[in-house]
Design a protein around this ligand. Structure first.
Ligand SMILES: [Zn+2]
Length: 218
């Protein structure tokens, strides 16, 4: 009688294990801090126009954050929404307090030249550069804009704390094509969010031999 119970259980475990292994995302159990620039008490940010209708950068940043969060959460990770505090160092402290593994500070660029449009990212610390090298190229290839590279300029939230982080400026919201896309199909923010997700999967799938440990280099 005992064998009749044990044998089906063994068969089930052989069937179930490979399927489980295939569907476990490298994001499972990871906490990704997602900062939407200029929201809450942190004002400012660029404003774009589509046929005279304004589009606030903060709204675009929030929309991208929601899309990325949904993808991470669906994979068993946590897209942690960083508190929208006025101080950047306080935002980083909030992200670190949530035991985040990495940080993406989502921004979109602005210019008085409304034809300007390109993709750029900012980092400060050594571990930022490793992380950004997985995220930035995915955004570039997804949007197909001019690649202005990853700048090491001591900029924004990447200055503070020790989380591997990147500040992204994926496109210019002051570019009318972008403003109109945001008010319409939102194809570009969807492509951007997918690129960030793909970059996160690649980052958390990497071998540890390439470094990426915590700690500042400047
Ligand atoms: Zn911004």
């Amino acid at each position: 009688m005992k064998n009749l119970i044990v044998i089906p259980a063994l068969i089930l475990s052989f069937i179930a294990l490979p399927a489980f292994a295939e569907t476990t995302s490298p994001l499972a159990g990871k906490v990704v801090a997602l900062d939407a620039g200029h929201g809450g008490t942190d004002g400012g940010g660029a404003t774009g126009y589509c046929a005279g209708v304004p589009v606030a950068e903060a709204d675009v940043n929030s929309a991208v954050r929601a899309l990325v969060k949904a993808k991470i959460d669906a994979d068993g990770g946590l897209g942690y929404e960083v508190a929208q505090l006025s101080s950047r160092s306080d935002r980083v402290a909030d992200a670190e307090g949530a035991n985040s593994d990495v940080l993406i500070s989502i921004h979109h660029n602005g210019s008085t030249n409304t034809s300007a449009n390109y993709t750029q990212s900012f980092v400060t610390q050594k571990n930022d550069k490793v992380f950004a090298s997985y995220i930035h190229p995915k955004i570039v290839s997804a949007l197909g804009l001019t690649d202005k590279g990853i700048k090491n300029d001591g900029y924004g939230m990447t200055v503070y704390g020790s989380l591997p982080g990147v500040l992204t400026e994926s496109f210019f919201i002051t570019n009318e094509n972008e403003a109109c896309d945001f008010l319409g199909a939102r194809a570009h923010v969807q492509a951007e969010a997918q690129a960030m997700y793909d970059g996160l999967v690649a980052y958390f799938s990497r071998t540890q031999s390439g470094g990426g440990g915590k700690g500042r280099n400047n």
